[in-house]
Ligand binder design. Structure first.
Ligand code: ADP
Length: 217
């Protein structure tokens, strides 16, 4: 099963993708996590990519495609989180899938109002080691500042500031909304209300995906 997960920053894509991959045994592919790993390297390109990410701008399509192309061809059961983010990326992914004869089966889109997104992002904590996500109030770790999964010290992302999230939300509405429409027209869109308790949303999602034939691997 090939799933893409869409939604603005902080809508719960990463959290839900992690919970679903754990439950169903899929592979979680987060383009944001892949890029953050890449930007740890010392090169002019990596520094340029980091600058774009830190101010909430998108990384050029060519680079994103070179990352996603290989993964889409290698993996059969995945949740792709963070891609496609522009209409041209959705067309490119569609072309790759057609070429390899393996279509995207489901696109999950999370909706959350902008004002709630800002609250969520400003309190978001991430684990730099295993990428698990928490929130100071809405999803606190068991021990303050420590990752429940691996015990590493949690951090706040450099791009999780009010100004940067406003920029990312603007880009989402301008550039990613047409991607949601693309999948709606294709008949594979699952619209999910991203407001409410994260664990409840996971339970509902598992139920819907099971009804669509997704089984544990
Ligand atoms: P979030 O979902 O919280 O916005 P991500 O971790 O998915 O964050 O992405 C972080 C940053 O990585 C984005 O703001 C952007 O700069 C870059 N990025 C990730 N995926 C893409 C993509 N498909 N196209 C362009 N840039 C991307």
């Amino acid at each position: 099963m090939r799933i893409v997960i869409l939604g603005p920053s902080g809508a719960g894509k990463g959290t839900q993708a992690q919970a679903l991959t754990k439950h169903f045994g899929l592979k979680h592919i987060s383009t944001g996590d892949i890029l953050r790993e890449e930007t740890k390297k010392e090169s002019a390109i990596c520094r340029a990519v980091k600058r774009l990410m830190d101010r909430g701008d998108l990384v050029p399509d060519e680079l994103m495609l070179s990352i996603v192309e290989g993964i889409a061809a290698e993996e059969d059961h995945f949740i792709l989180d963070g891609f496609p983010r522009t209409f041209s990326q959705s067309l490119a992914l569609d072309a790759i899938c057609k070429r390899i004869g393996a279509p995207i089966d489901i696109a999950i889109s999370f909706s959350v109002p902008d004002n709630e997104i800002i609250q969520r992002i400003v309190g978001r904590l991430v684990c730099p080691k295993c990428t698990a996500m928490f929130h100071i109030h809405f999803l606190p770790p068991k021990a303050e500042g420590i990752c429940d999964n691996c015990g590493a010290e949690l951090i706040q992302r450099v791009d999780d500031t009010v100004d940067t999230v406003k920029r990312r939300l603007q880009l989402y509405h301008d550039l990613t909304a047409p991607v949601v429409d693309f999948y709606r027209r294709s008949g594979i869109l699952l619209d999910i209300n991203g407001q409410g308790d994260a664990h409840e949303i996971t339970k509902d999602l598992i139920k819907v995906l099971e009804e669509k034939g997704l089984e544990k691997r």
